[in-house]
Design a protein around this ligand. Structure first.
Ligand code: ARG
Length: 478
């Protein structure tokens, strides 16, 4: 197809096409535009411009009056965007050009000075870092909220016992609280990862210019302070081309999504007729268009399903960055979509998942029924024999024989008679029957971090402090 010449769509020509003989083609303008996506950076772009404006005034490039005029105009643009009055125009390529275009309409002379000592390369890096820092704060808060909800659910279910699984086979009895808090731990690590990503993003890159730094006395500290950046970058070439912060953020998001997907999978199973361990609130289920009896766990399924997209976004970003030479390359324009998409998905997933947990009903009867299979105590039988002096490998073998005997005799560990036990080993006495009890099994675990009620209570206390500390560190972020 031959690109159509169109004088209307001269894109960003007004700004950067001084050296060109031809206008940009419509098809190129359309292909290179990123406005639909980087629109979301608008507020950060304006904040960044205001900080830069202060530095320009300090450097004597704009006067006090010019600074005031431009700042006023920028704030007006911010309000226009907020009120839906701003006319976004794709022919100005991206959000940075759109804002600048409007600025030069409002204040032509002084507005045209704003881009002194700045390149879109350092501008977009700074805007994106501000965006990432902002999203981290929201998502970290959502993680804290979810962890609080999980701790609350655990607190009221310390003494609820369920079968614990390995290989998706009955393994050993565990407290339901212990199971729930395993996820608390995962989401705590996600929180920490987000805080680390914040640190990586918390570096001011304005002042890097296109790649080499700028010729004016731009006070980068002043810009950093105005924008709430903890430090300033030390290498302008790295400054404009580094996207580690975006990758780290996306990695943390992928981990959170992965953890959510595992929990969703379990809840979907627990919600099945066969398990019946939980009941989801109606508002989080949907009906079937053909089967009237159905209440499908669609929300859980969708969170699980969206995880694929979140992980792919991380990969997209990795692959886009791989092998890029220094410094800025236009490939990098593709960095925003995967990050913004994942940030939105994970934030909404965490928020709705928290509500699901908050309104979840546990069916304790069905959970108890899941423990009727006595072979779940086979490890406890082996431990019983160890306590009578049998080496563990040997006791494991004897317990195995007991389980096999029971199976063949059509009995269970608790319905076998003492005489039958004695035939297998004389070391077993009447007290063997005390161990076929979920609570005894759970509370016989002695190690820190184990499922015994006492341990869970201890850990829950630690979590309270931990959450308080996390809240403090979160509110200390600029
Ligand atoms: N829209 C571009 C992006 O998001 C802005 C930077 C453009 N820089 C350039 N040299 N063309 O990456």
């Amino acid at each position: 197809m031959k690109p159509k010449k169109n004088k209307e769509i001269i894109s960003h020509d007004n700004f950067v096409r001084g050296r060109f003989k031809e206008d940009i083609s419509e098809i190129t303008a359309d292909f290179t535009a990123s406005l639909d996506i980087d629109k979301k950076l608008a507020d950060f772009d304006i904040d960044g411009s205001i900080a830069h404006l202060y530095a320009l005034e300090k450097a004597g490039i704009v006067s006090g009056k010019e600074k005031r005029d431009v700042e006023k105009a920028l704030l007006k643009i911010k309000a226009e965007i907020k009120n839906g009055k701003f006319e976004f125009n794709k022919k100005y390529e991206d959000i940075h050009m759109n804002v600048e275009k409007r600025l030069t309409e409002l204040v032509p002379e002084s507005g045209a000075k704003l881009h002194t000592g700045r390149s879109r390369n350092d501008q977009v890096s700074a805007d994106f870092r501000l965006y990432v820092k902002n999203r981290i704060k929201h998502i970290a808060k959502a993680l804290i909220d979810l962890r609080e909800e999980l701790a609350a659910a655990a607190k009221s279910n310390i003494e609820t016992i369920i079968p614990g699984y390995t290989h998706f086979q009955h393994a050993q009895p565990v407290s339901l609280a212990h199971h729930i808090l395993a996820y608390y731990e995962m989401f705590t690590r996600d929180f920490e990862k987000l805080m680390n990503a914040y640190k990586t993003a918390d570096v001011l890159t304005l002042g890097s210019g296109a790649l080499a730094g700028v010729d004016f006395d731009i006070d980068r500290r002043l810009e950093a302070d105005a924008l709430g950046f903890g430090s300033i970058s030390r290498n302008s070439m790295d400054g404009v081309s580094d996207r580690d912060f975006a990758l780290e953020f996306n990695f943390a998001l992928s981990m959170a999504a992965l953890h959510l997907s595992r929990f969703c999978e379990e809840l979907i199973i627990w919600n099945s007729f066969e398990f019946g361990f939980i009941k989801l609130k109606d508002e989080f289920t949907t009906g079937s268009s053909i089967m009237p009896q159905k209440k499908n766990p669609d929300v859980l399924e969708l969170i699980r399903g969206k995880t694929g997209g979140v992980i792919s976004n991380l990969l997209s970003l990795f692959i886009m960055m791989k092998s890029l030479p220094l410094a800025y390359n236009r490939d990098m324009q593709e960095d925003k979509k995967p990050v913004m998409e994942s940030a939105d998905t994970v934030y909404s997933s965490l928020s709705i998942f928290k509500e699901i947990i908050r309104t979840l009903k546990f069916n304790k009867e069905n959970m108890a029924a899941g423990l009727k299979d006595d072979s779940i105590y086979a490890t406890d039988v082996a431990t019983y024999l160890v306590k009578k002096g049998v080496p563990f490998r040997k006791s494991h073998e004897i317990a195995g024989r007991i389980v096999s005997y029971a199976e063949n005799a059509g009995k269970t560990l608790s319905t076998m008679s003492l005489k039958e036990y004695k035939k297998i080993t004389g070391l077993i006495a009447g007290d063997i029957f005390d161990i076929f009890n979920p609570e005894a099994s759970v509370n016989s675990k002695k190690t820190a971090g184990g499922t015994a009620f006492k341990e869970i209570k201890k850990v829950l206390k630690e979590y309270e402090k931990e959450i308080e500390n996390n809240k403090k560190s979160l509110s200390a972020l600029k």
